[in-house]
Write a protein that binds this ligand. Sequence first.
Ligand code: UGA
Length: 453
Amino acid sequence: MNIDKKMALISVVGSGHVGLVWACCMADKGHEVIVSERDLEKLKRLNQGALPFYEPGLAQLMSDALTKAKLTFTSRTSEAITKSEISFVAVGTPSDHVGRIDLSQIKSASIEIAKALGKAEFYHVVVVRSSVTPGTTVNLIKPTLERISGKRVGRNFGLAVQPEFLREGSAIHDVLHPDRVVIGACDTKAMNKLRKFYHAFHESKVPILEVSPTAAEMIKLASNAFLATRISFINEIANICQQLQDVDIVDVAKGMGLDKRIGLTYLNAGLGFGGSCLPKDLRLLITESNRLGYFPPLLKSTLRVNELQPLQTVRIAKQELGTLAGKKITILGSSFKPNTDDIRESPSLKLIELLLRSGAKITIYDPVSLEKANRILGKKVVYASSVRSGLRDADCCILATEWPEFKGLRPKEFASLMRTPLLIDARRIYSPDKYMRYLRYRAPGLSERTQNC
Ligand code: UGA
């Protein structure tokens, strides 16, 4: 076997978002990919072609790869490793609410891989794709692989960290067209192999940054922490704008973002950030930093601003409705962002909990995540089968996730269906001037009072 060949035999350990999207994209490019998954129920569904989560375009990609026999699944990690030349480790690294990371899946995957490496007759490269605490590859994965396999990194097998930067909802695009590939290899041979692999995969169009393994791990956490900081920053500015006269945060963000040093992305104010990555990685970085003896005030504030941000929308609802007790509030969107059914740390769900505590009666509608929302909220809320049925007789509607289907809703539709035509646009997708003509339109970062100059 020779991974320098254009098409390689590849294994992926773990079939979460990163693992499965990568596996399908590599299979689509013509590689033969074998995915190992320990959860037998999940494995059974994967073999039947069923995706464990919603990601646009992935069902088709997986079905094509299965039909062409470019993609297979197994429960045995050792089989995947011995059959392949390069393995990508993409197992889950969950953390608790204070940011303590659970590396048990990384540990057990390392043990399984090491056992297979012990028997391997060829040079094999192990690539860590999971997000981990800086230092994990050098201090935990490398010694585990060497001790159990009885072999040496650089001599018998290669080891590298290559963080993943894909976003849920646009994962296939992000895998195929990344801004950069970051590789932190423990040995030169692995670096050379991966450089060739990625040059071929991206047709030499994507810059490759070569750094130390720990720097690669840090780049991942720092990138997510920076994106989170931008969001909290703009939310803080939005909260100030709201106290001023005749200011809209959307104008302010645009005016800032057109400065090339600042840029326009991750400056959408509203409800704050959620999902399984930004909050988790931020907490992990804070916890790790504390452990190392540095107490990071900026990162802590980023998290704090985000925790408080849904309260701004509750405040607007209370200003408009007085008491929320008994009021029917319709929430559009329950996923943490559009184009995903992921509700982990969803700002929408945080908002709903706050509104429920104030006595509001909540109806929610989301194009794909209602089933998952139901598992958390149960009978505490009503689930609408369409936007229109959800809006009927509502005292207030809060746009909490900017799904494309909501962007097409016209102001007259809100006004004709609702009991009180009050729309709070917490993701800032509608034009205030247009919507204010037909209904009471409020939004975080949009000052209430206007003044003629
Ligand atoms: C994030 C990073 O963007 C990816 O680069 C990274 O690979 C991934 O985490 C990961 O670590 O696996 P993701 O969690 O899919 O990706 O979501 P984002 O698109 O970054 O959005 C995160 C949250 O921020 C969402 O709740 C979104 O609504 C919110 N957001 C985003 C804002 O409130 N304002 C913005 O301007 C942008």
